[in-house]
Design a protein around this ligand. Structure first.
Ligand code: SF4
Length: 172
């Protein structure tokens, strides 16, 4: 397959950080605008959960790159992501940390605390951005660019494949 080149300096979005941890093939497909997520049952369930649980809160889409579920102004700025279960904890964590990194470096907001809310199990996890996490985010951003500017990664059978919108593309 011919490699499509994406501008190496193009800013990446939160979903790409998330997919980096879930599946590199998914990251590549999504980054090349092959977007089928609206057909995924998992996404639609997640949306329902979000709509039913946090009806009064607003989504914040910033620069068309990061989509924060809700923001609260307290002593610090709190940004919240709402997730269904903690099964993909690392991808959730780094997606949120990327939002914090982006707001700090692009918008000069550095008093941010991040939370991932799991309303179904009544759990809330707090995250703070430190130097080590920032360096890790920078390394991930570099790796994401390398992946999307290379050949499509071979799909690997994963537990989530059956629920993935790209299942037919990879496996049928
Ligand atoms: S079906 Fe599986 S291998 Fe293919 S993109 Fe989805 S998660 Fe990755």
């Amino acid at each position: 397959m011919k490699t499509l080149h994406i501008n190496k300096n193009k800013k990446i979005n939160g979903s790409q950080i998330n997919y980096y941890f879930i599946c590199k093939t998914k990251l590549w497909l999504f980054s090349h605008n092959i977007q089928m997520e609206q057909e995924s049952d998992t996404v639609s369930l997640g949306k329902q959960l979000h709509e039913n649980t946090y009806k009064r809160e607003k989504d914040y889409l910033i620069d068309n790159l990061i989509n924060v579920d809700f923001i609260k102004k307290r002593k610090n700025i709190e940004i919240h992501e709402v997730k269904k279960t903690p099964t993909m904890e690392k991808s959730h964590e780094y997606q949120l940390l990327y939002y914090m990194y982006y707001l700090k470096n692009e918008k000069d907001i550095d008093n941010i605390i991040g939370y991932i809310d799991y309303p179904k199990i009544r759990k809330k996890v707090k995250f703070e951005l430190n130097k080590e996490k920032e360096e890790k985010i920078e390394e991930i951003i570099k790796n994401v660019h390398n992946i999307i500017n290379s050949e499509i990664p071979e799909p690997k059978k994963l537990r989530i494949c059956r629920k993935c919108a790209y299942f037919e593309l990879c496996w049928v």
